[in-house]
Design a protein around this ligand. Sequence first.
Ligand SMILES: [Zn+2]
Length: 214
Amino acid sequence: MTTSRSTRPLSNDRPTRRILRIALALGALGALVAVAIVVVPLLRPPGPRPLFQLPVACGETWQLGTYPGHDDYDVDLFPAEGEAWGRPVLASYAGTVTVAGINGSLGGRTPQDPDGPRGRGGGYWVKIDHGGRWETQYLHLLEPPLVRVGQEVAQGEQIGKLGSTGNSGAPHLHYEQRRGWEKVETHFDGEPSGITTDDREYTVRRTSNNCAGG
Ligand SMILES: [Zn+2]
């Protein structure tokens, strides 16, 4: 009968090598688990579309528009009536805030100085993760967002005020819905908005049913 490995007497350097081997194996396993935790959720198919509502007050009618060079599916919202500056911007759906800060630079456009220096990018903005790989984002807010990263928000909860920070010509809300890695046509109250291309300038009107009340 031959001696098996386990019964062979161990030389002095063996335990060290064994510990090293175990450490390497554990390290590799840890790396695999880390990759799995990060990558697997990204590969999972997106969940069903949340019942998004217009990101503005219940019952108000707004003009949703786009223009050449905007980007397909991007929506600019202007109130059909009344002052745009400072109007409440509401969460389209419940979720967790993942961004609440400044994109690009703010510039200097305010209600007191609407033609002040134009900023870059989105200005004050908010991004909300709705689960199932669905996200919404809200750009050009007037002031620092009223929510912070990690905060849970309810549908209809106010997240900011409408403004013209960043690369914005006039006070409005730039809004997007995203599924996984891609922007998709915005839907409100279960109905597609019809804003699907930035080949030409066009608008549609919708009335907000964001009436949950936050
Ligand atoms: Zn826009």
